[in-house]
Design a protein around this ligand. Sequence first.
Ligand SMILES: C[S@@+](CC[C@H](N)C(=O)[O-])C[C@H]1O[C@@H](n2cnc3c(N)ncnc32)[C@H](O)[C@@H]1O
Length: 501
Amino acid sequence: MSDALVPQAPSDRKSAGAYFTPEPVARTLVRWAVRHDGDTVLDPSCGDGRFISLHGNSTGIEREGASACSARRRAPDATVVEADFFTWVAENERRFDCAVGNPPFIRYQRFNGATRRAALACCRGHGVRFAALASSWAPFLVAAAGSLKPGGRMAFVVPAEIGHAPYARPLLDFLVGSFDLVRIVALREKMFPDLSEDCWLLFADGYGGATSSIELVRAERFSRFAAGRAAIRRVGVRECRANHGGRLRPYLLSDGSLDSYAHFSQKPSAPRLGDLGRVGIGYVSGANGFFHLRPSTAERLGIPREFLVPSVRGGRYLTDRPVTPDAVRRWLERDDPVLLLRIPPEARVPAVVRRYLDTDAAHRAREAFKCRSRTPWYSVPDVRKPDFFLTYMNGRTPALAENAAGCTCTNALLAFEFRENLSGRARTAARRTVLSGWASALGRLSCELEGHPLGGGLLKLEPGEARRVLLLPDDGIEPETRRALLDGVETMRRWRHIDAP
Ligand SMILES: C[S@@+](CC[C@H](N)C(=O)[O-])C[C@H]1O[C@@H](n2cnc3c(N)ncnc32)[C@H](O)[C@@H]1O
């Protein structure tokens, strides 16, 4: 990427999704897509014109005026239109032989207003419905495909989220239902070192056709040959949906690791965490500083003990060991703000607590959105004392810790509670399964595959993903299979840029 050619400041670049593609990557994508000199080429978000400069018969659409000017200079033979692509597409009947480029990766929070409405309407026209969290690049690909002639091709830089994001599934369904060939090249090394997002490549050929499999190429880094036929794994769409919820990421594993995982994920004797109980997030106080008291403050104010619950306020309070009364005592001795002020809605509020609810800090707290939207404003809802705490933003491994101290936890953590009807021996057995299954080779690989990378090496586990984690103690697994699962853990960590210890 040449900085001289990047027209915007870093923050503007981020909101416009303006990260321009390295020249060799653009060249490879154009070479693959263009088969004849006379082929017409569309770049739906052409930036400074580096794709369209590589082929004369090109049209580039670009929303930012400065970039469109650079594109005109760089690609004098091309047609450059300064417009929002989705508006342009709605007004243009023209069809192209190929589409190429690098669509903007604008997250749903910023991908809004008229552009988003036009994008989603265009996708609906192609039978694709994206959920609210869809980032901009996915509708760009659908709309670009819709601009192709029958038999047309497209080649794009895509975020690695195509391998796991929930909204990648309707996109992949659309691609396999619209092209004869869909090939995705997964690149382990970063294409854009200053972006937390990893990038992969998408090649699709034969618009108007359909296929029952996706070709996945795993490559360490971009090379011209990554687009070729080397080391292709054919991923059956049906099998991918049935075994991996339509996610491609598990197919980054070696055959041995993937087969071992599939064996257990299909086997009813390996339960998922969600089979044993409820996984949710901790409570949302709405004003953490106000609702969490230091022991010294609680004492000074004279808040009665029954209104205070020790709370685990984040991953820094967790290790793999249980949260015990001793651990809580240490937090209290350090005077950490870990005492949640919990006032049930129906409680008679004593005078000392009423005084605290009338301080300046309280008046500020009750203006917070969450406090304004509940009655009474000072009753924090969903304060539970779960059986286990779980970290959802993780470095190497998600931590799971038993709650042996009657604590509650904030929404910085996940909380797990056994099913209510589990008691006696069944509950003891379930507890053993959770403890030994979580730390097992299968449990760890399952966290990697059911969770998703967040950039910067982080692995995130949403509640729905944690529910799907498979639990089987190591002593129930053959040593060779265990090795294959542990290899899988290392592979997935390398792909999220956490290298061996
Ligand atoms: C990731 S950059 C890629 C530019 C170029 N294709 C390349 O790879 O070097 C995405 C470009 O899309 C443009 N863009 C963002 N939203 C757009 C929209 N709705 N319509 C057209 N262009 C858009 C941005 O201004 C930015 O130049």
